[in-house]
Design a protein around this ligand. Structure first.
Ligand code: HEM
Ligand code: HEM
Length: 165
């Protein structure tokens, strides 16, 4: 998108969707044990009874994907503020991290759904590998946000808190 068309900041909706997804992904990790246990029963050929925490994992993951797709649509239609970069390398790293996070917000639910609804073991293995990549990217993303806040002292973190333009 050309720079002159970029809005001054993120909209309230873009900010709300960012933080909702943060909460949902945290929930996926905090409450993961119920899903892992249910999956162990599936692979052992045992009966899996109804468990609200399994439903929470499936619904929470589906919401992550819907919200990520919504954010991508908002990026395309409304746009996002201009990147704040201290150097070309830092800008490229931030971009790569964001692309990776968007990709995983879609690939995690897709691999989980293929595993769960199709009983496909390789999809569950992929889900498990991607969860580590996701955690690594989130860690990098948080380090980046703190770097902007503490070292560069710019507006990056503030604009994911307050809506503008
Ligand atoms: C962004 C969305 C998601 C995240 C972050 C996520 C995260 C996780 C995590 C952390 C585990 C535990 C793995 C372990 O250490 O044992 C897990 C397991 C699992 N998840 Fe998800 N999940 C997501 C979406 C989904 C969805 C939508 C489904 C199904 C429709 C699903 C199905 C599964 C299954 C079947 C397992 C068990 C795999 C195993 O233990 O080998 N996940 N997920
Ligand atoms: C589950 C965890 C998270 C995910 C998946 C995630 C994902 C993303 C993505 C994809 C973007 C790019 C937004 C866009 O321009 O379309 C973004 C931006 C941003 N995130 Fe996160 N985020 C997470 C956690 C956090 C946390 C914990 C913080 C604060 C410490 C944070 C601070 C920011 C900031 C400040 C931006 C704006 C960057 C900019 O304007 O250039 N995020 N996030």
């Amino acid at each position: 998108m050309p720079d002159q068309a970029a809005p001054a900041g993120y909209s309230g909706l873009q900010i709300a969707l960012h933080w909702l997804v943060v909460a949902l992904i945290a929930q996926q990790f905090i409450l993961k044990d119920a899903m892992s246990t249910a999956w162990d029963r599936v692979t052992d050929g045992l009966e899996v009874g109804f468990d609200p925490l399994v439903l929470t994992h499936v619904a929470g993951g589906a919401l992550v994907m819907i919200f990520a797709a919504w954010r991508l649509a908002l990026r395309a239609r409304r746009g996002v503020p201009r990147v704040i970069e201290a150097s070309k390398l830092q800008g490229a790293l931030a971009k790569l991290t964001h692309v990776g996070l968007y990709a995983l917000m879609i690939l995690m639910p897709v691999s989980g759904a293929v595993a769960w609804f199709g009983a496909v073991d390789v999809a569950a293995q992929g889900h498990n590998v991607m969860k580590i990549v996701l955690l690594a990217l989130i860690a990098l993303h948080i380090v980046g946000a703190l770097y902007h806040q503490v070292v560069l002292r710019d507006e990056t973190l503030a604009r994911m808190r307050r809506a503008q333009g």
